[in-house]
Write a protein that binds this ligand. Structure first.
Ligand code: HEC
Ligand code: HEC
Length: 237
């Protein structure tokens, strides 16, 4: 092989590597794009949500022990992406997988409907938090880490971005976020954004605890919260 041919081969291999990395994160076409274009039916969303409520609870609050994430208030677009990724085998979730399949709940329309429903649910006023209160050195260090490494994507207050598929992380449970953050850092969550992976590669476990502690304590705007921790979802009385 002459050197020019070798160079061309190397370039095309590198190009391929880059495109598979971004493919795994935000693949064009597929169920995500299909569901994003559909007009959601909230009534059907409520019906679909019944099976989900077994784990994510009728209020969509998940659990503060981190087993189930809060879905209430999360951007519909973010959840569509996650559900499509899980159904396409791009993010592992063996506990939930059988309940999320098309034969269990329906096709792209069911995805559009159920996330439109959960997006409207008020969020828990008592999400699980890390151990360090405001004013402790660990809280302050976590805040610094957040400003430098996370604001660019997740926003000043952890509000995320629907258009860019960046999750809202304010009000999410500490233990759930710890698991996801670690999986993203260590490459276990295969659908993760490659730029986030790069950004947090150097995080020690203590850095991770401090930054997630801070995130878990970012106040959620009152308008997005349920009136009290005793609120129950009247749709599932
Ligand atoms: C048997 C329990 C179970 C059921 C039923 C279930 N889930 Fe889940 N779900 C989970 C678990 C566990 C996770 C977190 C997995 C992880 O840690 O990666 C999860 C995660 C998710 C996520 C990812 C959230 C995020 O922030 O990235 C979405 C979206 C979701 N579920 C939606 C649904 C919907 C919609 C339904 C109903 C069609 C449903 N789930 C039914 C257990 C369940
Ligand atoms: C380049 C943009 C980017 C940066 C920087 C970034 N993230 Fe993310 N983050 C994302 C995206 C996109 C996802 C969702 C990945 C996916 O689609 O599976 C995510 C997912 C998460 C999740 C899981 C949320 C869930 O609901 O499952 C947590 C927690 C998180 N990020 C925290 C952080 C923290 C803390 C920082 C800073 C230390 C950070 N991220 C930096 C883009 C970013």
């Amino acid at each position: 092989m002459n050197s020019r041919l070798i160079l061309a081969t190397i370039t095309s291999v590198i190009g391929l590597t880059f495109s598979t990395a971004s493919l795994a994160w935000l693949e064009g076409g597929g169920e995500r794009e299909e569901a994003m274009d559909l007009k959601p039916d909230l009534e059907n969303g409520m019906d679909v949500y019944e099976v989900c409520s077994g784990c994510h609870l009728p209020e969509g609050w998940g659990k503060d022990d981190g087993t189930f994430p809060q879905l209430a208030g999360q951007h519909a677009a973010v959840l569509i992406k996650q559900l499509a990724d899980i159904r396409e085998g791009n993010r592992d979730n063996p506990t939930m997988y059988p309940f999320a399949l098309p034969r269990a709940i329906g096709g792209a329309q069911a995805l559009a409907d159920v996330v439109a429903y959960t997006q409207k649910l008020p969020m828990t006023p008592v999400n699980g938090k890390g151990e360090w209160a405001k004013g402790t050195p660990e809280f302050e260090q976590g805040k610094k880490l957040y400003k430098v490494n996370c604001v660019e994507c997740h926003g000043e207050n952890g509000e995320g971005s629907a258009e860019k598929f960046y999750p809202k992380i304010q009000g999410q449970h500490y233990k759930y976020m710890m698991r996801q953050f670690e999986w993203i850092r260590d490459g276990k969550r295969r659908n993760a954004n490659p730029d986030m992976v790069k950004q947090i590669k150097g995080f020690s476990n203590k850095d991770m605890q401090m930054v997630i502690n801070y995130v878990s304590r970012i106040p959620v705007p009152k308008k997005d919260l349920a009136p009290s921790a005793d609120w129950t979802n009247p749709d599932f009385d």
